[in-house]
Write a protein that binds this ligand. Structure first.
Ligand SMILES: *[C@@H]1O[C@H](CO)[C@@H](O)[C@H](O)[C@H]1NC(C)=O
Length: 327
């Protein structure tokens, strides 16, 4: 690596000059600062960020109650930062639930699936190392034995954690790396405290992303409802919007809520409305303890953030049944 490029140093200098930046001792510029790593300012090294994660995917034809299918994942997510721009993601205590029935008020009742324990074991078996060497593209270093569908679910978690970089303008179009590839994204700063953005939102039309293939990924960051995927030609719209709450002092993500909606054309002329799939991911920060480990090994395998084509082995029974009713 040659000398740091001046345009990359600028944001760093600005950060140092901000009245807020030197306020707390622990926010001082760390000794192993990497000038090509602007995103690292959101997650301090030698810390661990502990989140509760929930993802719910709901599919169905509006007005057809028996067409409804709901799948829900809950996990504890830990993002360790041994070095700036290098992270270790650990997912544990996961559960997998699906729609069991409706209560008297018509509210959905969810029940743990039979394979929930297997799912939990698969999610916690391997940690996932990741890095943003240039601060733009995300690289994942999964264990070679990590199953593709589990890796895809972890990709969904990583993507929800990636708050956009802080921008000076209140509204900006940026190209950001996501599970659907490179996406043109409208980034809005909704609230600032002093110079620091504390609430931001992102909106994107997923059909404009370079790697958007709902027919192969199942149009879901859960990678679970693959069986419900329709051919690309029947897709009317796919959009995603995320809301981020950021810590006013340390800038890390305190809460992230990402909502995705995929609308499909009616399956046959008898259906008045087509199928709709909604996916909501929520991350809530619970704790930020210090850690001691500075170790980060990249490993042999290096892949991108975009979903990989896979045959899910965790397809809930219900999703299969719903598919049959539709056909
Ligand atoms: C995303 O696409 C834009 C426009 O084509 C391009 O300028 C940018 O470099 C791309 N970003 C990445 C990370 O590939």
């Amino acid at each position: 690596m040659g000398p740091p490029r001046p345009e990359l140093l600028l944001p760093l200098l600005l950060l140092l000059l901000l009245p807020n930046a030197g306020a707390q001792a622990e926010d001082k510029l760390p000794e192993n600062v990497n000038p090509s790593c602007p995103k690292a300012t959101r997650f301090k090294h030698l810390r661990k960020y502990v989140y509760s994660y929930e993802a719910e995917s709901s599919s169905g034809i509006p007005g057809k109650a028996d067409s409804r299918s709901i799948t829900k994942i809950n996990c504890k997510v830990e993002l360790e930062v041994p070095q700036l721009c290098s992270f270790v993601l650990k997912t544990s205590q996961c559960t997998l639930k699906e729609l069991h029935g409706l209560n008297l008020e018509g509210k959905a009742l969810l029940k743990k699936t039979k394979n929930s324990e297997d799912f939990a074991a698969a999610m916690s078996r391997h940690e996932l190392r990741l890095a943003f060497p240039e601060g733009k593209r995300v690289f994942l270093y999964p264990e070679e034995e990590e199953p593709k569908h589990i890796l895809n679910i972890k990709r969904g978690i990583v993507s929800a954690l990636l708050a956009p970089p802080e921008t000076e303008e209140d509204t900006q179009e940026l190209f950001l790396d996501t599970v659907y590839g490179n996406c043109s994204t409208r980034v809005v700063v909704k609230t600032r405290k002093g110079n620091v953005a504390t609430e931001m939102s992102t909106d994107r039309n997923l059909q404009e992303c370079t790697g958007f293939q709902p027919s192969s990924t199942g149009a879901s960051p859960l990678a679970l409802i693959r069986g419900l995927a329709r051919p690309l030609s029947t897709l009317v719209s796919s959009s995603q919007s995320c809301q981020y709450t950021l810590d006013p002092k340390r800038k890390h993500v305190s809460e992230a809520v990402c909502r995705e909606q995929h609308l499909f054309l009616p399956f046959s002329y008898k259906n008045k409305y087509g199928m709709m799939t909604q996916v909501t991911q929520t991350l809530k920060l619970e704790d930020t303890p210090k850690i001691n480990s500075r170790f980060f090994g990249e490993g042999a395998l290096k892949v991108g953030l975009a979903f990989e084509n896979t045959k899910s082995t965790f397809l809930p029974k219900q999703a299969e049944a719903v598919l049959k009713t539709l056909q």
